[in-house]
Design a protein around this ligand. Structure first.
Ligand code: ADP
Length: 768
């Protein structure tokens, strides 16, 4: 908060109060049009709606639209929007991130806003947490959109190209951030304007906005093509295999990087024939290979980070605990691990293009969204997206009881405490939802519960739809559900089970037992995620409780307060500290973690920003080449004789334009992929390159700007050569023959789970 003066906070606070009273006034004002809206027949609805522009100043259009939305949702969906949902929709129309608790009906609020924007002529993407919800929400809300004659579609992983094209042509499109992002990346492969899928981005309404905009913001979406992997030289692999931790190299505290000690560097230098690793001759060639080999040996562990199956290295997705089929390591690491395992090299991925979630969203003219925990992410939303936050009160006051954290002296006692607590609650019939941090922990806990006689359902289903069904039933009487990563799952838990109405006997029975009991197995790295978990209980005024169990040996403490001595005074029998004691220690570890994350985010953002701008330039150039006759005019300017020759041979200008287009695009894309490889190499070696010179960031900028400056000339130079040498006939240009074929095998992935993130947890239970 230090960066903002108190005055500024007051101004912001005053503004959001003002915004809120404006929304309340608008909803009141809309009541005057209820009768009018009710009087409209279904046939009259579209025209009445289309006549409205929710952005028109000095008109009643917004209020009329709210009235139409209220009546329309009631008629089409059987849901009459609560005033608070319409307040939320109003703030979304203004481009805010709105905070609405779980179960308040964010889906409908988002759909109302999407419809309003679409009627005002905008094209809207509703970004869902996953494919399953994209489809569910699009289908669920469709009758409402239909009534207003607003077209709606969705994209999911299984959508064909044709289905995607149709979906993107709709006024409102639902899709997960990765599907929409991958389509943006895949457009990179288009060589004809008509092959482009994703339209110009206009509005994004982001569901679970903090999860997408903050937690996942820096995750790169990657489009890769297959090329042979570059393995570090055998001599390098051999010497690195002999290095020992502590003597020759160190691993930093978070287990994410390893670096040579002086001893280690000396040994490597000797074994490689007395070279100087840090000299100009080796710093860019040998050193990166040594680093990759070291990474493969020191940081990546067989059966923890990957398994070897069918003669192949397969990555394990740490948070889901299953083989991540399409995931590969970048930058030769895959090849190095294969070499370490004595396997033959598979093709490794060359990154064709990559974009972070944050950069993807910044392409939209307007971004807004909804989540249960926006206020706590306010600082990041302001800093990185310039977004305001609005808090929408709940429809019915929240009566959930959040119990104080229970802190134990060690992990074993904590687990025992959780098991006792869950068993006691379970005996009353009250449903229990346990939120863990990873799959390994879930399974261990389920096992311990089973020993004590409690059968829990563990979320390890193979797809989002099954998982959503299990979560949706977590409120059934007697249910015990263990789930990882509750944040961003976007599924509502109703008391009594997924189809129990709010007034059903099933609901009332569970409510009488105290509602859903939420249990956390440790603090998350941000308090926001703890709140997300707690927020699963107490929806729509239901009763509910939440409690978090922690221990002074939790990874959050180990990682962030490694030197802090735990207090004494734990109960010798249970290992629990008196309530309130030791909680400070956990809280400060969490504050350190939050501070660290904000800093990493800001820092990574600074590194990414430059490359994002460069990407925009390449994209703009690509767009021009795809959609204008520029390729032909450039051809004429650059290689007039060759062009004249081809024209003389009777080849049509249409064909020549497309030939030139393909040549220019091919080399633009190649040089961009090469640039990205350069950037990633600079990133991994920047702390060494910058030694004793400027700040790493300045040095990074200098190198990356310098390299990018060469890109246009180089792309054009190569394209000219291709236009000179490649065979061009009435059928077009033959790039394959010139050995310039495009990647036919491409795949997309998210660098989603840091393979090194949860080692501590996995070891704790001896799992994976
Ligand atoms: P959130 O995403 O905010 O957790 P959802 O959009 O999934 O909530 O909606 C939660 C539940 O509330 C759904 O079962 C939905 O049918 C119900 N609901 C939403 N709006 C209304 C309404 N206006 N009246 C009655 N039920 C509603």
């Amino acid at each position: 908060m230090g960066r903002f003066s108190n005055k500024m906070w007051k101004v912001l606070g005053a503004q959001s109060t003002r915004n809120q009273s404006r929304s309340v006034a608008l909803i009141e004002q809309s009541a005057a049009f209820d009768e009018w809206a009710q009087g409209l027949s279904d046939e009259e609805f579209p025209d009445a709606a289309l006549a409205l522009d929710v952005y028109a100043a000095k008109s009643d259009d917004r209020a009329k639209f709210i009235a139409i939305a209220r009546e329309g949702a009631d008629r089409a969906l059987g849901l009459r929007p609560f005033d608070v949902q319409l307040q939320g929709a109003d703030r979304l129309l203004e481009g805010d991130v709105v905070e609405m608790a779980t179960g308040e009906g964010k889906t409908l609020a988002g759909a109302v806003a999407a419809a309003g924007m679409a009627l005002a002529g905008r094209s809207v993407h509703v970004i869902s947490p996953n494919d399953y919800l994209a489809r569910r929400d699009a289908e669920w809300m469709k009758p409402f959109f239909d009534l207003l004659d607003v077209t709606v579609g969705y994209v999911a992983e299984s959508s064909t190209r044709e289905e995607r094209r149709e979906a993107y042509a709709k006024d409102v499109v639902y899709g997960s951030v990765n599907e929409i992002g991958f389509d943006v990346l895949r457009d990179q492969l288009a060589t004809r304007a008509e092959d482009l899928l994703s339209p110009k981005p206009d509005v994004a309404i982001v569901d679970e906005a903090d999860s997408v905009l903050v937690d996942e913001a820096l995750i790169p979406l990657v489009l890769a093509g297959s090329v042979k992997g570059d393995v570090p030289q055998t001599a390098i692999m051999e010497v690195v295999a002999r290095l020992r931790e502590g003597k020759h190299y160190e691993i930093d505290a978070d287990g994410k990087s390893a670096f040579l000690t002086d001893d280690g560097a000396k040994l490597v230098e000797e074994e490689l024939g007395g070279i100087d690793l840090y000299s100009d001759a080796h710093v860019a060639s040998t050193l990166p290979q040594v680093n990759i080999a070291l990474h493969a040996y020191a940081l990546v562990e067989r059966d923890v980070h990957y398994i070897v199956r069918d003669g192949q290295v397969k990555l394990i997705n740490s948070s889901r605990g299953r083989v991540a089929e399409l995931q590969r390591w970048p930058d030769g690491l895959q090849a190095a691990v294969e070499a370490k395992e004595g396997l033959s090299q598979t093709d490794s991925g060359e990154v064709i293009d990559t974009i972070t979630v944050q950069a993807l969203l910044q392409r939209y003219a307007l971004v807004c969204g909804m989540t249960g925990t926006a206020i706590a992410a306010g600082e990041q939303l302001r800093q990185f997206y310039d977004l305001g936050v609005s808090q929408i009160p709940p429809n019915t006051p929240n009566i959930r009881v959040d119990q104080p954290m229970r802190v134990y002296d060690n992990k074993g006692n904590k687990v025992a405490g959780i098991v006792d607590y869950v068993r006691e609650v379970h005996e009353t019939g009250q449903p229990v939802l346990i939120g863990t941090h990873d799959v390994a922990e879930s399974e261990e806990l389920a096992h311990m519960l089973k020993i004590s006689g409690v059968i829990a359902t563990v979320l390890n289903a193979k797809n989002d739809a099954d998982e959503a069904r299990i979560i949706a039933d977590a409120g059934t009487k007697g249910a015990v559900t263990v789930s990882t990563q509750m944040a961003g799952r976007g599924t509502d838990i109703k008391l009594g089970g997924h189809d129990a109405g709010d007034e059903s006997p099933e609901h009332d029975e569970v409510a009488a037992l105290g509602g859903l009991a939420v249990v956390g197995t440790g603090l998350h790295d941000t308090e926001r995620l703890d709140q997300q978990l707690r927020g699963r209980a107490g929806r729509q005024g239901d009763p509910g409780t939440s409690v978090i169990f922690a221990s002074v040996e939790d990874p959050i403490v180990e990682r962030h307060l490694p030197l802090k001595r735990p207090p004494g005074g734990a109960d010798p029998e249970t290992g629990e500290f008196p309530r309130g004691k030791a909680a400070d220690m956990l809280d400060s570890a969490q504050r350190v973690a939050e501070g660290g994350m904000l800093e990493t985010h800001a820092n990574t953002w600074r590194y990414n920003q430059l490359v994002n701008q460069q990407r925009d330039l390449v994209m703009a150039r690509r767009h021009t080449l795809l959609t204008s006759d520029r390729p032909l005019t450039d051809f004429a300017d650059l290689e007039p004789e060759r062009l004249a020759e081809l024209r003389e041979a009777g080849i049509d200008d249409d064909v020549l334009e497309q030939a030139a287009r393909e040549a220019f695009l091919y080399h633009l894309d190649r040089t961009w992929a090469e640039h990205l490889a350069f950037v990633s190499e600079v990133q991994t070696t920047i702390h060494l390159r910058a030694l004793g010179r400027q700040s790493p960031l300045d040095e990074f900028h200098r190198l990356v700007i310098e390299e990018f400056r060469k890109l246009p000339d180089e792309a054009v130079r190569r394209a000219r050569q291709t236009l000179q040498e490649a065979e061009i006939t009435g059928d077009g240009i033959d790039l394959d023959d010139a050995d310039l074929g495009r990647n036919t095998l491409t795949w997309t992935y998210m660098v989603h789970d840091n393979p090194f993130a949860t080692k501590g947890m996995a070891n704790m239970f001896g799992m994976i």
